[in-house]
Design a protein around this ligand. Sequence first.
Ligand code: FEO
Length: 397
Amino acid sequence: MFTNVKVSDKIYHLGVNDRRKHLFENLWPLPNGVAYNSYLIVDDKTALLDTVESGSDRRFVERVADILAGRDLDYLIINHMEPDHSGEIDAVVSRWPGVTIIGNAKTFSILKHYYSRETESYEVKDGDTLSLGHHCLKFVLTPWVHWPETMMTYDTTEKILFSADAFGSFGTLDGGIFDDEIDFDRYYLDDMRRYYSNIVGKYGGMVQKAYAKLADTEIKTICPLHGPIWRTDPCRVLALYDRWSRQEAEKAVVIVFASMYGNTEAMADYIARRVSEAGVRDIRVYDASKTHVSYLISEIWRAKGLILGSCAYNGYMHPSMERLTTELTHYGIKDKALGLFGSFSWNGGGVRNLKCFAETASLPLAADPAEIAGRPDSDKLALCDAMAEAVAAEVLK
Ligand code: FEO
């Protein structure tokens, strides 16, 4: 029994829910799992758009065959080569050896490193089209959303965009597959922002280039490779990704601290209180040693204000803060109202290296860093007051 879902009369969704994997890319936690989406168009010609992660569904090829009902598979279109989508290529080619693989030049340069099998291939360039009969597909190259070969396929007949990783989300599809069948705000919004910031966030500039390319394209339905299909309100997900890729943040402040014996944590709570007194209503405080960096990145993406604190550790910042700041540098985080703080016992190193991070990341400070020797007694807090007020003022302006 296969639960095949139709996107439209001739287009099928072949989704797999992965609830076993703990870490996406062996890095990012998946408490709500993840879905891999594949799509099959059954027209005069038949075309499979991407596959799924190898082993995530042992019945994947049988599901394709079930829908084809004895017909051959004419095309396998590879929008994205990352193995969470290309994992069943070998199985598909084994089952339908006459299939023609469609990709761009970079697709094939990556494909040859993964699959050595001789197969018919057809290289497309940006804007090329392919008629399947009723459906006419147009290929839109969108490099670095999320790998260099990534492209989207646009069905000009039904105005459906097969968008690869773009507009995707963490989280399995639990019964509801389309945006009008789910409670998106409750179950997917946070996971989508975490997916965007963790997986695609580094390439915001390339996401904006993809938007520019699609500016004059009428899009009725968005079929991503992860998460729900958008057929009722595609503008919602277009707006979210547009905002996140421009790093347009909310009037919120995220305070992340790394503390060994509670002094830096006490400073974090004091600063949070002062930010609240300055009028900010959306404030979150996180312990970098406890909350996985994946969630911290997502929260930092959301908030205009960012206040980082670390104790000194072997003349440097605490390793949990070092991990976070390294990730933030890789992601090219920008446009933050930034404050720094921390404590030390003799020679320091926490705040000193947080300042190095800010310089490396080209993030100006809203105020001088607040650094305290030992306990944060009340007579040592003037710099915390000034920094909290400066960050709050920048966030609220
Ligand atoms: Fe879902 Fe970049 O792979």
